[in-house]
Ligand binder design. Structure first.
Ligand code: NAD
Ligand code: ZN
Ligand code: ZN
Length: 342
């Protein structure tokens, strides 16, 4: 089969490799689509990886073969894949929170294209328990629900108590994850949504998905958001960039006892000052760094998609164009999410 592999730092290749066979507990999926995530770009620039590694961690597909000890699945069924593969049996995994699996201390839980062979390929091996039936949802366009919707859903769900109709939530970076975050916030909360991005076209799209306000990211954005909230700041800030300027923006606009939630992985750093405001964060503010989501979150994301309340804006591309698609993502030239179709 064809597989798009990371073969050295910064180097990728579309290669011919053997189709894997499912072992005990495993299912072989014929990949329908695989979303292209900005994390794939971060992986591309990492020095130490298990080379060669097939990339791709936003998979949907059709059951092609079933290994021993797997129940509940039939050949030909369409499914989406939960993308963090913990041990499946620890206290966290028992609740579906494989993203917090205790077998992998302090968070280094692998998944497809994140340690295991990924879904930018014609076939993908997955643990049977990671699959959730897609039902009537389009198998190609649904692929990004596995991460671009799951990760913001998980981040939002953790702050749900703060996301009342009186609250303001700021979404920084309305690309693949952010354009889903805006829709999820619109679907499950009554809060006022402020979208922030460098790209005016993405801000315009975000208003279409339900953002109430949009702010161009730059030196004046903190002031603009404070003015929008009469100096109080935002109850929740969701940062889908994670660079120094966005972390500083989040810290400057999060309200007292608000949540600054950073899902972006651009490698920025936020200094922490143990001092009274106005130095550093306001009193009671919480900073967190959530990872992907739980298996239960994935079920809830699929329910929102089935109800038609969230929809990924998809650009379809052939798997053979993976390198070019990654390049376009790096240049900010993808609207919504690109999905590779093998
Ligand atoms: P994307 O490239 O699709 O979107 C990023 C958006 O951020 C773009 O719209 C871009 O214009 C905007 N942006 C860039 N710099 C900005 C700035 N200074 N201010 C405001 N906006 C800015 O990326 P994506 O696939 O949505 O991923 C976003 C981030 O989330 C990446 O760092 C990715 O690695 C990370 N991620 C984390 C998790 C997790 O579990 N924590 C999961 C998936 C992705
Ligand atoms: Zn991702
Ligand atoms: Zn576990």
């Amino acid at each position: 089969m064809k597989a798009f592999q990371l073969i050295a730092p910064g180097k990728t290749e579309l290669r011919d490799i053997d189709v894997p066979e499912p072992g005990p507990g495993q299912v072989l999926l014929k990949v329908s689509g695989c979303g292209v995530c900005h994390s794939d770009l971060h992986l591309l620039h990492m020095e130490r990886m298990p080379f060669p590694m097939t990339l791709g961690h936003e998979p949907s597909g059709q059951v092609a073969a079933i290994g021993p000890d797997v129940t509940g699945w039939e050949i030909g069924q369409y499914a989406i894949c939960h993308i963090v593969w913990g041990c499946g049996v620890c206290r966290q995994c028992a609740t579906g929170a494989e993203n917090a699996c205790q077998r992998f201390p302090r968070g280094l839980v692998p998944g497809p294209g994140l340690g295991y062979p990924g879904a930018m390929a014609e076939y993908l091996l997955v643990p049977g328990r990671a699959l959730v039936p897609l039902g009537d949802l389009d198998p190609v366009d649904s692929a990004p629900l596995a991460d671009a919707a799951l990760t913001p859903y998980h981040a939002i769900d953790r702050s749900l108590e703060l996301l009342t109709p009186t609250a303001t939530v700021v979404v920084i970076g309305v690309g693949g994850l952010g354009h889903m975050a805006v829709q999820i916030l619109r679907a499950i909360t009554g809060s006022r949504i402020v979208a922030v991005d460098l790209d005016e076209a993405k801000l315009e799209a975000a208003r279409g998905y339900g953002a109430d306000e949009s702010v161009v990211s730059g030196p004046d954005s903190a002031q603009a958001i404070l003015e929008l909230t009469r100096g109080v700041g935002a109850d929740v800030v969701l940062d889908f960039v994670g660079a120094n300027p966005t972390l500083a923006l989040g810290a400057a606009v999060v309200s007292s006892y608000g949540n600054l939630t950073v899902a972006g992985l651009a490698g920025g750093e936020l200094p922490f000052a143990a001092a009274s405001p106005p130095v550093g964060l306001p009193w009671g503010a919480t900073v967190s760094k959530p990872y992907a989501g739980t298996r239960r979150d994935l079920h809830e994301v699929l329910a929102l998609a089935r109800q038609g309340r969230i929809k990924v804006h998809v650009e379809r591309h052939p798997l053979a164009d993976a390198a070019d698609v990654l390049h376009r993502l790096e240049e900010g030239r993808i609207q919504g999410r690109a999905v590779l179709v093998p």
